[in-house]
Write a protein that binds this ligand. Structure first.
Ligand SMILES: N[C@@H](CCC(=O)N[C@@H](CS)C(=O)NCC(=O)O)C(=O)O
Length: 202
């Protein structure tokens, strides 16, 4: 069995949560390597690109969320059924990863600017993203999935953005009611046999 270690910020979900959700969905165990902010300066130069998350696979470090997610998805059959589906899944993973950059700006903004930054995130990034996803899912997915007719990393990626946005109080639970296709995807992830317990616990 491969040995997986996830290096990410202590107590944080964010981009690290993609990796946790995927490893949970495929039933693989992993070890958490939490990084405290104060320890980061001494660790940073020893990482591939000076950023987290990092997944250590049998002692080798892999950085960049999209690369980690796509690697695990390909390895365990969550990447799409053919080359084209694979590319579509990867496009969703990349698009959602960009959203985390925008979310990060809200989180890192000074206390006095958080509300304004939060509104900007909602209006310019998150709300438009839901419209794009709704259309994307209608075009590329069936039976409640984002791409093709079975669960892929794309479903998990969409779920992770929604979940993190909710957690930061940057949207409301019923907001996705206006996006029935997106809601179906979220329900698929929540009811997935391996993910349902995890989703409830967290
Ligand atoms: N493109 C990268 C972005 C990762 C990223 O921005 N990580 C942030 C935290 S979520 C980070 O490591 N910041 C610390 C730093 O840049 O020193 C990815 O998708 O993994």
């Amino acid at each position: 069995m491969p040995n997986y270690k996830l290096m990410y910020w202590e107590g944080a979900r964010g981009r690290g949560e993609y990796v946790r959700l995927l490893l949970t969905a495929i039933g693989q165990k992993w070890e958490e390597v939490p990084v405290a902010f104060q320890d980061w300066p001494s660790l940073k130069s020893n990482t591939p690109f000076g950023q987290l998350p990092i997944l250590e696979v049998d002692g080798q470090k892999l950085a960049q969320t999209s690369a980690i997610v796509n690697f695990l998805a390909r390895r365990y059959g969550l990447a799409g059924e053919n080359e084209w589906e694979q590319a579509l899944v990867e496009s969703v993973v990349a698009a959602t990863s960009d959203i985390f950059t925008a979310m990060g700006k809200v989180v890192m903004s000074p206390e006095g600017q958080k509300a304004t930054e939060g509104q900007k995130y909602q209006q310019e990034i998150f709300n438009p993203a839901l419209k794009y996803w709704e259309k994307f899912i209608s075009e590329h997915g069936t039976n409640g999935y984002t791409v093709g007719n079975k669960i892929t990393a794309a479903d998990i990626a969409i779920y992770n953005v929604l979940d993190s946005t909710l957690l930061l109080n940057l949207t409301t639970k019923d907001f996705i009611d206006g996006f029935p296709k997106v809601k179906e995807v979220v329900n698929k992830v929540r009811s997935h046999d391996k993910l349902s317990g995890y989703a409830k616990k967290h």
